[in-house]
Design a protein around this ligand. Structure first.
Ligand code: SF4
Length: 458
């Protein structure tokens, strides 16, 4: 029996009915979202359909307000680490596809892994997202676990990786249990497209099984992983359908497991070296930003992730209207840090700025660059994280914790004039901490960091 997660007919009905909804109705829905009332799928459909330029501004303002209220000024940075490009699948949009005979196949040895991790630590990263192609013989779960353990064991004078998120192919419960035991942060898996026929057309190999993919998140929950990340590769199918399906999937998880996804990623199709696929449903910059703003309103308590597939200009706007986490200074090839190789990358990147430049740009925009991993280490994950974020507690913990992690970054890695403007921003936000005791304790810990203490958090 097919799992009842996405009701395509219902989504088409919503999209059709939305064509008759008025601009006034869309403005009324924005007000509802501002009041943090949950929006129905029909209402999200109406927002997707409203196209006037005036409405777009109002939508961006509302999304930006919600983002600030719930997530505040923090922008969390991480780096992907491609561990193995061996893959038995043939996905139309990916350079690691199994027909790519020109690609030098590689799986990092533990020594190479250590060298890549050291480069990332030296940049200032504290969070990684590990990427593996699907290849049970070469990238089996025991190898994945050994990679995670190795990364956590690497401690350098400039710090260590404190949170390892993982992207592996749809797996069985037993494998997810092993991931959980290895101490992963978020398990990320993209559905790529929720449209079944398109999904089946664009994939070959074990990944072509739509039901295996869409039920993987449920198996992960059942195995005890309570932070999962959803995602769609925008461009494969109608973006309005995909947004509705993402929200439907998030609500299904919330209803079934008592907790929605921790994050939603919004990658957009990018060309890759041996990929001839031309997306039929290319998403314009304007529509892309609009869908980010609508997702921000539709799932306000779910983090949203943007990669370096996007240009610095798009990222700058996206950070304001909804994105809470972003990769920076990424290499999309296996072993690519220190040895960039565009031909071997999974796809083209459009923001290749070094981390310090991305950090500097964020500070100029009054965003607090964060490398914080406190919640995960304090056990504030899954249901407990959601309860805490819905109670508005993110501000009380995340602002000081974000400040501590950024101060560490400034002490250990700041260059090119970031130090002074970084601390000016830190003090700007410390002054916004309302509770006097928290403000005092934050200042005290900040001083400890300046004196050389590390890894402090509430
Ligand atoms: S998208 Fe993933 S599964 Fe598909 S070919 Fe690329 S690495 Fe393999």
């Amino acid at each position: 029996m097919k799992p009842d997660i996405i009701d395509e007919q219902n989504l088409y009905r919503i999209m059709e009915e939305a064509e008759n909804s008025s601009e006034d109705a869309a403005y009324a829905i924005l007000e509802k979202a501002r009041a943090k009332e949950a929006l129905g799928l029909d209402e999200i459909g109406a927002l997707l359909n409203c196209d006037s330029p005036g409405f777009r501004d109002a939508l961006f303002n509302a999304a930006s307000e919600i983002k600030n209220e719930i997530y505040g000024e923090r922008l969390v940075f991480f780096a992907p680490l491609y561990v193995s490009n061996f893959c038995v699948n043939d996905c139309a949009y990916c350079n690691f596809h199994s027909r790519n005979g020109d690609l030098k196949r590689k799986r990092l040895t533990l020594l190479e892994l250590e060298a890549q991790t050291e480069i990332l630590i030296a940049m200032g990263h504290k969070r990684l997202l590990l990427e593996f192609g699907e290849d049970p013989a070469r990238n089996g779960i025991d190898y994945v676990v050994s990679v995670i353990e190795k990364i956590y064991s690497i401690k350098k004078a400039q710090g260590n990786i404190r949170r390892v998120n993982v992207n592996i192919a749809a797996s069985e419960r037993e494998d997810y249990r092993k991931l959980k035991q290895a101490g992963i942060g978020t398990y990320q898996l993209f559905q790529e497209t929720y449209h079944r026929l398109t999904y089946e057309k664009l994939h070959r190999g074990p990944k072509a099984d739509y039901d295996r993919q869409i039920t993987a998140y449920s198996r992960a929950f059942e195995a005890g992983i309570d932070d999962v990340g959803l995602g769609v590769l925008f461009g494969l199918y109608d973006w309005k359908f995909e947004v509705l399906a993402l929200v439907a999937h998030a609500r299904y998880l919330d209803k079934t497991f008592g907790v929605g996804p921790h994050t939603i990623s919004v990658p957009r199709f990018c060309h890759a070296q041996t990929v001839n696929y031309q997306p039929e449903y290319r998403v314009s910059d304007e529509d892309f930003l609009k869908l980010i703003a609508i997702l921000r309103l539709a799932v306000p308590y779910t983090g949203m992730i943007l990669s370096t597939r996007e240009s610095p200009q798009i990222r700058k706007t996206a950070f304001k209207i909804g994105i809470s986490q972003a990769s920076a200074n990424s290499a999309a090839s296996c072993g690519g840090y220190g040895k960039p190789n565009n031909e071997e990358a999974q796809f083209e990147l459009h923001d290749q700025r070094p981390l310090y430049e991305v950090v500097s740009g964020a500070v100029d925009d009054k965003l607090l660059p964060s490398f914080c991993t406190a919640c995960y280490r304090r056990g504030r994950t899954g249901e407990s994280f959601m309860a805490f974020s819905k109670a508005g507690e993110i501000h009380n913990f995340c602002r000081p914790n974000g400040i501590f992690a950024f101060a560490e970054y400034l002490e250990d890695f700041a260059r090119n004039g970031i130090y002074d403007k970084g601390y000016a921003l830190i003090h700007f936000y410390i002054n916004k901490i309302e509770d006097e005791d928290t403000r005092r304790r934050t200042l005290a810990r900040l001083e400890e960091i300046r004196q050389g203490k590390r890894d402090l958090y509430f």
